[in-house]
Design a protein around this ligand. Structure first.
Ligand code: GCV
Length: 712
């Protein structure tokens, strides 16, 4: 069953969690027995398979044995996952049968590996779910009541099996299933910013998972655990190295290590991608130039692609950050981004690989405003890219700020596929110290109406190719799990990895539904506790915005991208400072991007452009992004801007403190170890939120020349 955001609310699921979900009373065993909960370290993520309380009794009737046809590596993974998960969920192991049927069998297979599935004659229905989709149906086979998980491919069957287990983990009914799912997007990729020396750029959870010193001979069990977690969400690829790419990643000895990782991931459907350094033909290949129009350079890339596919036959392709933040690129040789992407695309095309070319560029000769530059550079190249090139665009025009308007390239580029880059790793959102659930932020982004083809042209629709037909669709997330026991540093940061995967499968899923299911799978199925945690998560991003950068303020940080530094006016580039963006003076504050200002609003389609341009209609959450306002500018609340700004900071700090109090109230409902680890981080968050409030307000008071009103 697929629920849209509206249906989720209408079905009452948003409010019903305290009592029951899907018709089943949902209580955790611990809540019933009052037994102390055993400590957990978070390693098992959302795949803990904790017993779902009373629902287990009903599940036992539906799941009496399992039959997984086929014996490939993927089918073995499915069999093992189902057996161990069901044993944990139901409290008893269920037998596995190889042939035949009995009441309450869960059958998994594809038409290719199962005569039973072929005999069902579901070809038309299976045709509709494509290569990665699945059907889950309660039906009768040979007069026996069974549950069938069928797919065209074994990876589809794996996704279907995880979906079925998710229903059980979250206490949903499984007796009358009729589910058909297929992913809305083709590329659903993790982007790691890992370096060959084991460090991670903007990683907050330990060192890199990839043990380059040990590969290819020794394979850490975490490689498979990682792929399993990705597969449980339908994530089908990973770019394993930093976009600030070390050319040595393409060296023959590294590629052999990469191939060993790819071999582990293949049965989970996780394809390998690499970031390529554009100057590799020079630094690695010894050529005199990396000019993309040079024949020798084209030959070098072709030979490199052939070498990679010889080792990794299902290699996904290259991701490239070019001419950005010091990285080499085609412009170094007087060529365009299209020239650069195309030479790589030609090398990959015979192998059906893709080039993912990032639009995160901001050369200052393009325009004085960093927010405008990528749009200007890429719009003029629309249509000039090879068919296997896709442009990867960050959600907003600057850089993963706590709040940005959507990037105008979404809907703007018509002839070139555009995929979204979002960031789960919380670089500017409290890193692994603050509890910030990003599902709501991404929902705001996907729901943004670009008006590219009239009303309803949301970013989500652009991404799935419903606005401009697109050969390649996708979404990637900068997600930096590391060697920390809990993968993500903060237990709640796992929710952002989870939400990314679920949204890449369906960008129209409600953030609240995702938070609800993640909480049930990760912490508890106790309805009241779920409701409390879900509400904490749902408000957490707005809380963070309030105490850091409300009302459209952005980039008020220094190099660590963590602590408040509104006074930051010295950096190698003006657009790395804070003052470049907020422009506070005694006259007022904000960046004038209106038509009378630097015209950035014109990059949006009407009426979005007019909405942002008109100060009386511009959503106040974007006010200072688009407008420069006097300190006594009258806000919709009736307060002057200065007072409103102060109120936002006060509110944010209070909300952070409330998160802490609420979490304290859950002592005993969550295992002591994870409860304490989250509580320790919340203490940091509360202290930091007060610092943000005080330091920002004191700094701006020097310009506004007004007293800071007390918190109401
Ligand atoms: C990988 C921001 C980050 C950089 C990152 C860059 C990017 O500028 O601070 O660490 O580099 O974005 O996305 O390429």
């Amino acid at each position: 069953m697929k629920l849209s955001r509206r249906e989720f609310v209408a079905a009452g699921l948003a409010g019903a969690a305290g009592l029951c979900v899907g018709g089943y009373p949902t209580r955790s065993n611990a809540a019933e027995s009052k037994a102390p909960l055993p400590d957990e370290d978070g390693y098992r993520l959302w795949l803990r398979y904790a017993p779902p309380g009373d629902a287990a009794k009903i599940y036992r009737k539906v799941v009496q044995q399992i039959r997984v046809d086929g014996d490939s590596a993927t089918m073995v993974i499915i069999r093992d996952e189902l057996r161990s998960a069901i044993a944990a969920l139901l409290g008893n192991a269920v037998p596995r049968i190889e042939n035949g049927l009995a009441d309450g069998t869960v059958i998994v297979g594809t038409p290719g590996n199962s005569a039973l599935i072929r005999d069902l004659k579901w070809a038309a229905d299976l045709g509709a779910v494509g290569d990665e989709g699945f059907i889950i149906r309660s039906t009768r086979v040979g007069n026996k009541p069974v549950t069938v998980i069928a797919a065209n491919t074994e990876i589809g069957a794996l996704y279907g099996s995880f979906h079925f287990l998710r229903l059980m983990q979250t206490g949903r009914p499984i007796g009358k299933l009729d589910i058909a799912e297929r992913p809305a997007l083709q590329l659903r990729l993790m982007n790691h910013w890992d370096n060959p020396d084991g460090t991670i750029e903007r990683g907050y959870a330990g060192r890199s998972l990839w043990q380059w010193n040990e590969l290819p001979g020794k394979l850490s069990p975490r490689y498979a655990d990682y792929a399993r977690a990705c597969a449980s969400l339908g994530i089908n690829g990973a770019v394993i190295n930093n976009v600030n790419a070390d050319p040595r990643m393409l060296a023959p000895e590294t590629l052999r290590k990469v191939a060993a990782l790819a071999d582990v991931w293949r049965p989970y459907g996780v394809r390998m991608y690499l970031c390529a350094n554009f100057a590799a033909p020079v630094t690695l290949g010894g050529l005199a130039t990396a000019d993309p129009l040079d024949q020798k350079v084209a030959g070098w890339w072709k030979a490199k692609a052939d070498e990679i596919y010889g080792l990794v036959p299902d290699f996904g392709g290259f991701l490239v950050k070019a001419n950005s933040e010091g990285q080499p690129g085609p412009k170094t040789y007087g060529r365009t981004h299209a020239d650069g992407a195309n030479v790589l695309a030609d090398a990959l095309a015979p192998h059906k690989g893709n080039v993912i070319w990032r639009a995160f560029v901001y050369d200052d000769d393009i325009d004085p405003d960093r927010a405008k530059r990528a749009y200007i550079e890429f719009m003029r190249l629309d249509g000039k890219f090879r068919p296997n090139v896709v442009i990867q665009v960050k959600n907003g025009p600057i850089d993963f700020q706590p709040r940005e308007p959507f990037h105008p390239l979404f809907g703007g580029m018509k002839q070139t596929p555009v995929i979204a880059e979002i960031q789960a790793t919380q670089e500017y959102l409290g890193q692994a110290k603050h509890l910030v659930y990003l599902g709501t932020m991404w929902q705001e982004f996907f729901d943004s109406d670009t008006f590219a083809k009239g009303p309803g042209s949301t970013v989500a629709k652009v991404l799935v190719g419903r606005i401009h037909p697109s050969r390649i669709t996708g979404m990637v997330s900068v997600t930096n799990p590391g060697t920390d026991a809990n993968w993500c540093g903060h237990h709640f940061s796992q929710a952002n990895w989870y939400a990314f995967g679920r949204l890449a499968w369906n960008p129209e899923l409600p953030a609240e539904k995702i938070a609800d299911e993640w909480t049930r799978m990760t912490f508890t199925n106790d309805g009241k506790t779920v409701a409390v945690i879900r509400d904490m998560m749902m408000g957490s991003r707005e809380t963070f915005v309030n105490y850091t950068m409300p009302l459209g303020l952005h980039h008020m940080i220094g190099g660590d991208h963590y602590a408040p530094q509104p006074w930051n006016d010295r950096a190698p580039r003006a657009d790395w400072t804070a003052v470049y963006y907020h422009q506070a003076s005694t006259d007022g504050i904000g960046f004038d991007r209106t038509k009378r200002g630097d015209g950035a609003v014109a990059q949006y389609f009407p009426p979005v452009c007019d909405l942002f341009d008109d100060i009386s209609r511009c959503p106040e959450k974007f006010l200072l992004w688009f407008h420069r306002c006097a300190w006594d500018y009258r806000m919709k609340s009736g307060k002057i801007l200065w007072d409103e700004l102060c109120a936002k900071y006060h509110e944010g700090a209070k909300q952070a403190a409330a998160l802490q109090t609420t979490w304290q109230s859950l002592a005993g409902k969550i295992d002591p170890r994870r409860h304490k680890e989250v509580a320790d981080r919340l203490a940091i968050q509360v202290a930091d939120s007060a610092k943000w409030r005080d330091q920002i307000l004191q700094y701006f008071a020097g310009f506004s020349k007004r007293p800071i009103p007390p918190s109401s």
